[in-house]
Design a protein around this ligand. Sequence first.
Ligand SMILES: C[S@@+](CC[C@H](N)C(=O)[O-])C[C@H]1O[C@@H](n2cnc3c(N)ncnc32)[C@H](O)[C@@H]1O
Length: 333
Amino acid sequence: MNANEWTPGQILDTSGFYWKTCTLHCGVKLGVFSVLGEERLGSREVARRLGADPRATAMLLDALAAMKLLVKSRDGYANTSSAQTFLRKDSPQYLGHILMHHHHLVNSWFQLDAAVRTGKSVSGSSSSTRDEEWREAFLMGMFNLAMNIAPRIAEEVDLSGRRHLLDLGGGPGTYAIQFCKKNPALRATIFDLPTTRPFAQKTVARFGVEDRVDFQEGDYLEGEITGRFDVAWLSQILHGEGPEGCRSILRKAVAALEPGGLILVHEFILDNTRDRPLFPALFSLNMLLQTAEGQAYSDGEIREMLSEAGVTDIRRLPFEGPNQSGILAGVIP
Ligand SMILES: C[S@@+](CC[C@H](N)C(=O)[O-])C[C@H]1O[C@@H](n2cnc3c(N)ncnc32)[C@H](O)[C@@H]1O
């Protein structure tokens, strides 16, 4: 059979995959994995601790066991080691924030047909601005994702000799922190909206780099960036804006850099044909749903926007991250 063709089984699996998604999200949202902790508990006891219905809780626990996130035995249910590591709130490798961010997006994805018909976002405002719980899931979800790759990026991107990095739209500052940890002479400024400050400050303190990483409150669309930098890191921010917004952000980043400064753009990058890789193509739909004009950009489009902003020596770094994220680098003449 042609490798590009789908079997009925694959079509049905893809169509129904969201049942698994929702079961996982429910386990995290209710705190099943945190309630179980290191213990082995019966379903009635889990239901009691969750304040949930006993019959429904037993059904949820069985489904989570079928998904191999829990182990069921005569004495009850226990976390698997993956659930201990990634799904318990008190684990340093907890992924629950990004899972809850995904959960917050589910309603909008169910309205994809409406967004495609109208060409308009279906979410009133972006998830980062809804309320405290949504903001925490979004920003600390970004931390969950970035922690998977930031240490590797800090190893692979050569910042030797650079003194002051601008982490534009830096969120919790994951990359600023890792770049500073790798380069002892580097300082960094996280530039982000005022509501992001507490999350960034907490993360910076957690890694003990308060003396080298500061936070500048601002709006990269409406306001200006204060200070002079010799490297700018723009990770996963351009996709939130239309081409005009991106051009304006890039102009401001370039203006904040010294001659010889390095600009680095990290995004889920489409091939120039735009129909691959898969994740950036799907991510573009996510941006259609969540933002007024956002989208995934192709390698060629990002190069062109960088060039229009006055950047030279534009090149794609060898790095390839999960979900086909890539980095384009250039220099300010
Ligand atoms: C997708 S997150 C990326 C965070 C981080 N750079 C990373 O890669 O993990 C986008 C970030 O841009 C920030 N942001 C969105 N609009 C902004 C604006 N107009 N001015 C400044 N920051 C903004 C958000 O608060 C968020 O921290």
